[in-house]
Design a protein around this ligand. Structure first.
Ligand SMILES: [Zn+2]
Length: 425
């Protein structure tokens, strides 16, 4: 989820039980809309179709609140700014992934934390309701080994994940509730520091993981939840690498060598992550500096004030807001958005430094992701084609698309099984 205070691109309708819209206000101009398949050569498409493909950070649940919006319908990124739905997953051959319970960081007060907990539980329920409503289309995955089985049955794989553990409050055993809901990956912080960790985009509060964050990490190891250090500070990542008994994941991150931004990590951390057995899932954001556009920022701010973020919008309000947003984007288009070539550069750099056993895909779809030339998941075969062109084998590409993340999840499962057999106390 790309939602920095400095990123004016997000229309963030926060508040508990209220509408959250994931798409960034810096969405790509209409002229860059995805082109219908085929978009890659037949050989690349054949290989892509043969792979198990998982994305580790799907923010699509942010759309589940919108009146009339259905995951079963084909949407258009240029109309409602959405990037993932069943028709486009089928077109791009995305087999599923980790569907995020995202919570924007609010004040660390008991009242706000309690409200965040309720909202996170409700979001988890909504993800499960998607599966329950369409049992022929989706299936919940419990273990890593379920993913290939589910995909082979023709269904889409649904793991849950937590982006920002703030809703757990001061009781890390709450993670067990989310584990039972299907959460198999959990982050610590988001754009601001919280009770568990320093954020990469905030001033250090703890110099890494807090004591509660270390307790949360131990709880993740005990349950078999993979620790996600995307959004957390480098110090938090260092602590997690030192303390975690299972490999670490960065579910949607990038390389500082491509663009020096606090959300991206440097080569030394990439190597340390790989040496610890972990994986970086490459995203499509923080690839280049934003070009400031004060007029667009002002227009978006005015729109946000008109549709306040602390209440649910009606269907007609939602439609009106989308119309206004499209008009703003037409009047103030993003002139030089990041490109697919830049995304590929990010991916190839990570592969060069960390190796093919330690890189995957987490594009931040519906959370600010997408580049010129890859607007939504329908375009994903292009990633496989780019890796083939760069000389990677089918086996390596299979690891990038799911093998590595599933190996990391299996390692977390093994650690949990060990801790059940030999509890610490
Ligand atoms: Zn994020």
């Amino acid at each position: 989820m790309l939602r920095s205070p400095r990123t004016t691109g997000s229309l963030l309708l926060t508040g508990m039980g209220c509408l959250l819209l994931a798409a960034p206000l810096t969405a790509k101009p209409v002229k860059h809309r995805a082109v219908a398949a085929p978009m890659v050569l037949a050989g690349a498409m054949r290989i892509h179709r043969s792979l198990l493909t998982l994305d580790t950070h799907l923010d699509t649940p942010e759309f589940f609140h919108i009146p009339g919006w259905s995951i079963m319908d084909r949407h258009d990124a240029t109309r409602d700014f959405s990037q993932v739905d069943v028709p486009r997953m089928k077109q791009g051959h995305l087999d599923g992934g980790f569907w995020a319970i995202y919570t924007p960081q609010g004040p660390l007060t008991p009242t706000a934390t309690r409200a965040a907990r309720s909202a996170a539980i409700m979001r988890g329920i909504e993800i499960r309701e998607m599966v329950a409503a369409h049992p022929a289309v989706f299936a919940l995955a419990d273990k890593a080994a379920d993913a290939p089985r589910i995909a082979a049955s023709g269904k889409l794989v649904v793991f849950l994940s937590i982006e920002n553990a703030w809703p757990l409050g001061d009781d890390v055993t709450m993670l067990d509730v989310f584990y039972k809901m299907g959460v198999r990956i959990s982050g610590f912080a988001h754009f601001r520091d919280n009770q568990f960790a320093d954020s990469s985009t905030d001033k250090p509060m703890w110099k890494g993981l807090s004591p509660a964050g270390k307790a949360l990490l131990a709880e993740m190891n005990r349950l078999g939840v993979v620790a996600d250090l995307s959004h957390s500070s480098d110090g938090s990542l260092d602590d997690a690498l030192a303390l975690s008994k299972a490999p670490i994941i960065l579910t949607h991150s990038g390389c500082k060598a491509v663009f020096d931004h606090p959300r991206n990590i440097d080569d030394a951390h990439l190597r340390a992550l790989a040496a610890h057995g972990g994986v970086i899932q490459i995203n499509t954001v923080y690839l280049k500096a934003d070009v400031p556009d004060p007029a667009r920022d002002a227009a978006m701010k005015a729109m946000r004030e008109k549709y306040p973020e602390d209440r649910m919008l009606s269907a007609s309000e939602q439609t009106a807001m989308m119309d206004e947003r499209r008009a703003i984007m037409a009047a103030h288009p993003v002139k030089d958005g990041a490109t697919f070539a830049l995304f590929t550069e990010n991916l190839l750099h990570a592969l060069k430094i960390a190796g093919a056993d330690h890189v995957g895909i987490g594009a931040d779809w519906d959370g600010g992701g997408g580049v010129v030339g890859m607007d939504d998941v329908a375009s994903l075969p292009k990633v496989t084609e780019a890796l083939l062109k760069a000389g990677y084998s089918r086996d390596d590409i299979a690891k990038v698309w799911s093998g590595n993340v599933l190996r990391v999840l299996m390692a977390a499962e093994a650690e949990a099984a060990k801790e059940v057999a030999h509890p610490a106390g």
